[in-house]
Design a protein around this ligand. Sequence first.
Ligand code: TRP
Length: 448
Amino acid sequence: MTDYREEFSSKIGLIVATIGSVVGLGNIWRFPYIVGKNGGAAFLIIYIILLVLIGIPLMMSEFIVGREGKSDAVNSYKKIAPKTKWYFSGVIGILAAFFTLTFYGVVAGWTIEYTRFSILNKFINNSSQQNTNMFLDFISHPIKPVITLFIAMSLAGITVSSGLQKGIEKVSRLIIPILVVLLIILNIYSLSLEGGKAGFEFLFKPDFSHLTWKSFLIALGHAFFSLSLGMGVMVTYGSYIPDRENLFHTAIKVSIADTLVAIMAGIAIFPAVFAFDIAPSSGFGLIFMSLPNVFSQMTGGYFFSIAFFSLLFLAALSSTISILESIVAYLMGNFNLNRKISTFIATSLTTLIGIVASLSNGPLKHIQLYGQSIFDFINNTSSNWLLTTSALLAVLFVGWNIDSNIIENQLTNNGTINKKYIVSLFKFIAKYIAPIGIILIFIFEVLL
Ligand code: TRP
């Protein structure tokens, strides 16, 4: 292993690459729906509080481990705390990344097919039943979703194998501006829809009656997923952050961008859904089965649908890239492999398991693991268990184990930036508030 480590080329490079990771299917598909289901603005308020109290400090913790260890998600722990077992946080994170990637790639593939459908104007003249069937036929097809999975993973693989600056940064610099423009166009369009006001209210009118204890935990779990925590991604990216950059400010900027995109996605989706009298139904159904009905009815729906699905595809792709990078950095750091070979191994293995996950929506539907399809089993195990365990260990490590001076030096860049109280506040949160919050999620997963 060499000591040379690539770094982000500039502040902009760092920010766009990190935003590329956090902004994904979580923002555009999942967030609007869970906000709607949990009382709109009331839930939004809780989400933002938990994001500030736990999400941002957790991102800072992963950054600290990465920048201090200057290595991949596993070796960073080994370097900071040699001869201890803390590196298990990294191992679990890499496992989470591996399994998440297998189904994330499948869904990224779906967004490719749906971009193609919208360009070919496939939704027009379809009844809602036909749109539903189109989706179910596609995802259960033995070959088509495997091809789009392959395309999505190849694009991610090519990017990651080209390196940090020439691959990930370059692609993010291209994707993020397009993403912002598409979102703004979709928002303007959506806000001008007649009858869309109900959708706006659905999203922003606080309704505390839908709020339950469970909502808090859903909000926290989503904050982790949306901020790309618990998979070694932010540890790995932290190791690429130049020493002059401010970790606290970076975490804040990225989190604000992530939340804004999520809210804008909600503004793009719900007014349209309500204006055309479609139930804000759950899960992927909303995006892939219900929205096409909206597109086929609205003026300009053709362009709206192309913009929407390209947005979804770009967001999914840039997140796929970051999860792959976490695994590739691990292979490079632990098996002495170069970037190209590591990327090839990681991409092939995750694509192979991805094929099984994809087939479990069709020909392999009958195979059940603990009462779920392979696809759902992988999805649930990695997001509910592996991700939270890795995140918990990361914050316990920083809160309880790491030398206090390391935290101080990392957050103040050796005393040159940030006030003392930010460091003290961070330490307090990392020690008590964040671990307790995460343990509550665990108890929730087990008991409810
Ligand atoms: N944050 C992305 C989203 O919202 C998904 C993602 C990318 C992710 N990298 C991650 C989630 C690492 C957890 C950990 O869709």
